[in-house]
Ligand binder design. Sequence first.
Ligand SMILES: Cc1cc2nc3c(=O)[nH]c(=O)nc-3n(C[C@H](O)[C@H](O)[C@H](O)COP(=O)(O)OP(=O)(O)OC[C@H]3O[C@@H](n4cnc5c(N)ncnc54)[C@H](O)[C@@H]3O)c2cc1C
Length: 464
Amino acid sequence: MDNKKSVIWWIRRDIRLHDNQALSAALATDLPVVPIYILDDNLLKQSNLKRLNFLFENLHSLDTFLQEKGNHLIIRSGNPFNCLKNLFRESNADAIFTEADFSPYAKDRDEKIASAVPLHLLPGMSIRAPSEVYKQDGKPYTVFTPYSHQWHSSIPSFPPLKIPDQIPALFDLTSEPIPASIPHPLFPAGERIAVERLQDFLNKHIQTYSMNRDLVGVEGTSNLSPYFHFGVLSARSAYYLAELQKQDQVSIQAVNSIEAWINELVWRDFYIMILSEFPHVLKEAFRESYNRIAWRNAEVDFRAWKAGETGYPLVDAGMRQLQETGWMHNRARMIAASFLCKDLLINWQWGESWFNEQLIDGDLAANNGGWQWCAGCGTDATPYFRVFNPIIQSRKFDPTGVYIRTWIPELRNVPTQFIHTPWEMPLELQTKVRCEVGKNYPNRIIEHAFARQRALDAYGRTRV
Ligand SMILES: Cc1cc2nc3c(=O)[nH]c(=O)nc-3n(C[C@H](O)[C@H](O)[C@H](O)COP(=O)(O)OP(=O)(O)OC[C@H]3O[C@@H](n4cnc5c(N)ncnc54)[C@H](O)[C@@H]3O)c2cc1C
C-alpha cells in the first residue's frame, strides 16, 4: 500500500469532470485524488430501475473518462460513514471534498461525517446555493418572481471550470465493480454526450423555446433533465453557455426564448432552495391549510391514471410516455398531475410517489415542487380555483394529436376532429377506425365539468 498522502473526491450528484467545484478544490491541494462513489442502500432503494440504470451507465462513463486522465473510479457499497472512514485510513487522506446537497437526508448524513473526518462541502448542485439568495431580512423567499429577480441581480460572473488535463491517482485501493447496466435508448450516458446535446439545443432549438416548449408533440425543450439531476451536466455551465448564446441573438423572440429557458434553471434552483429551507414539504403541503383537503383517494381511479387509462387522451398519452421511457413532457406532467389532484381528488403525494417510481429524472426537490404547484398547495402555486381542462389543454398543446397518437396506438386512426374527445365519435366511425370507446380505449372515468365543481368544493372547504 502507498504511504503517500491523498485527498478524497466523494462523487454524489456531480458525475462529471467539467465545471466541478469539488474536484477542482481536491486538485488544488496538489495531492493524489481518490474519486469514490458510494452505493448507499438508503438512496438506492428509493430509486427506480430506469434511474439506477442511468446512474450506473454514467458511472461507467465517468470511470472511462477518469482513466483517460490517469485515474479511476473507486466503488464501495454500504453506509457512507463507514465507507469513508475506511477509505480515509486506507488512502492516508487529508480531507474529503464533495458537492453540497440540500435534502434532509444528505444534510444529516454530511453533518455526521463532518464530525469524524474533515469534509469540505463545495457548491455546484444548483447554480446559486440556497443561502446565496435570501431576502433583505435574511429570510428565504417563498415566491418565485422576487426570488428570481434577486437571483439574477446578485449573480457573480464566473467562467465554468475546465476539464482537468490530468488527475493524479493513488493506486492499489480496492474497488467493487460498477454494477452492470444497459444504455437507455433515449438518454445515452456520459458528460460528453450531455454537453453535445446541450450544444445542439443551444445552436438549434433554444431560439424557439418560448414558442415550442408547451407543444407536447414537438421537440421543443432540451430533454436534459436526467443529466442535470445526476450532475452529468453542470447547471452552472449550461447557464453560462445560454447567456453567451443570448449575446449573439438579433431577434427579440430568440432573446426571450433564451431567457425563458434560463428561467427554468432558476426554477430548479428555487425548488432546491425550498427543499433546503422548508424540508416539511416532503411530508405535507407547504401551506398548512391544504393538509385538510378531504381527498377521495379512490384506488380504482389511481390505477387507471397510472396505467394511462382515464379516457382523456392527453392525460393517458403522458402517463404512457412516462411508463415506457421514464420521462414525460413538462406540459403533460402538469396536465396529468392536475387531473389526479383536481379531477380525481387523489392526494398529490400519491402522484408524487408514482412519478418518483417512474421518472429517470426523478428529483426530490423538482418533483415535490411540481406536484405542490399543480395541487395548488405549494409555495408559488397555481390558485386552487384554476383547474386545468384536459380537453382544452389537449386541443391547445397537441392540436393535431401527434403526441396522443405516438403514445396511444388505439387512437392512431382516430380523425383529428375527435382525437381529444374520442367518446364523441359516432359509433360507425368508432368501428371503422377500430377504436370502440369502452372496448379498445376506455371511456372517461369522470366527466370534467362535474369533477371540476367537486374539486372546487373540496378545496373551498379547507379555506373556511
Ligand atoms: C408534477 C411535476 C413533476 C416534476 N418532476 C420533476 C422531477 O422529478 N425532476 C425534474 O428534473 N423535473 C421535474 N419537473 C419539472 C419539469 O417537468 C422537467 O424538469 C422538464 O420536463 C424536463 O424536461 P427538459 O429537460 O426538456 O426541460 P427544459 O424545459 O429544457 O428545462 C431545462 C431544465 O430546467 C429544469 N427545469 C425545467 N422545468 C423545471 C421545473 N418546473 N422545476 C424544476 N426544474 C425545472 C430541468 O432541470 C430541465 O432539464 C416536474 C414538473 C411537474 C409539473
